[in-house]
Design a protein around this ligand. Structure first.
Ligand code: SF4
Ligand code: SF4
Length: 241
């Protein structure tokens, strides 16, 4: 994103940037390229009285900022707009988390904070060290060069996005250790981080994660998303006795 010489230094756009990348220069407003996540909010908001915002063509690796920060842009890898993943929320249709497994979606960054990929890599490496299986249909997974170490491509490490989601699955008996590892690594992050776990509900209506969270002293906030016939599962349901 750039600001052209049409800017009249009116200040109006400054609060619209979710990562505070716009500031007032000597004569016109300016964008800190290192902080800008290419979300397009300043451009799309239409607040500029002189239409001084101009979108610029983005090349690799800077393009990943836009892929993860602009909800109108589709990930070229997963063909999903937003952050490029349908997440565990669609599990009832996709069946990505099987019985006996737990999925974890770790979201790094938020409006006002954002995340650098050096921090995303700390999480992918920690989860790889615990033997996690990364979700295939997720853009961050496409940028992991080695699934065993969780290392990301070197050329994206200094990139920044509004947020990024790491999705990884563990057999349920490995979940407790994986969350403990996550708690440990979260202390080294220079951003905020929120965690969702997903499991299939057991036939008796219980969650296999309840006992684990209790042992960890964590209070989960359960949510359920139910298919009311608007979508058909793309996988064969497992038989449960
Ligand atoms: S594109 Fe987004 S991050 Fe960049 S200056 Fe505009 S609002 Fe801020
Ligand atoms: S709203 Fe437009 S004219 Fe006003 S400071 Fe921002 S870029 Fe400049």
């Amino acid at each position: 994103m750039r600001i052209t010489e049409d800017c009249i230094a009116c200040d109006v756009c400054i609060p619209y940037c979710p990562v505070k990348a716009i500031s007032m220069g000597d004569d016109i407003a300016q964008i800190n390229d290192d902080e800008c996540v290419e979300c397009g909010v300043c451009f799309r908001s239409g607040v500029c009285p002189t239409d001084a915002f101009q979108e610029t063509p983005l090349e690799w690796p800077r393009i990943i900022r836009k892929v993860l920060s602009d909800p109108l842009v589709e990930s070229p890898d997963t063909r999903v707009p937003g952050r490029g993943t349908e997440e565990v929320k669609t599990n009832e249709v996709s069946g990505r988390i099987k019985l006996g497994w737990a999925g974890i979606a770790i979201e790094l960054g938020r409006p006002g904070v954002g995340t650098r990929f050096t921090d995303v890599q700390k999480v992918t490496m920690a989860m790889a060290a615990m033997g996690g299986v990364f979700e295939h249909e997720n853009p961050v997974t496409f940028w992991i060069t080695d699934q065993k170490t969780g290392k990301l491509r070197e050329d994206i490490l200094n990139e920044k996005s509004l947020s990024a989601i790491v999705e990884v699955a563990f057999p349920i008996d490995k979940l407790k250790a994986a969350i403990q590892k996550l708690q440990e690594v979260s202390k080294q992050l220079d951003t905020v981080c929120s965690v969702v776990t997903a499991v299939k509900v057991s036939p008796d209506g219980s969650f296999s994660t309840d006992k684990i969270f209790k042992e960890l002293g964590l209070t989960p906030y359960p949510n359920s998303k139910n298919n009311v016939g608007l979508g058909r599962p793309l996988f064969k349901f497992e038989e449960v006795s």
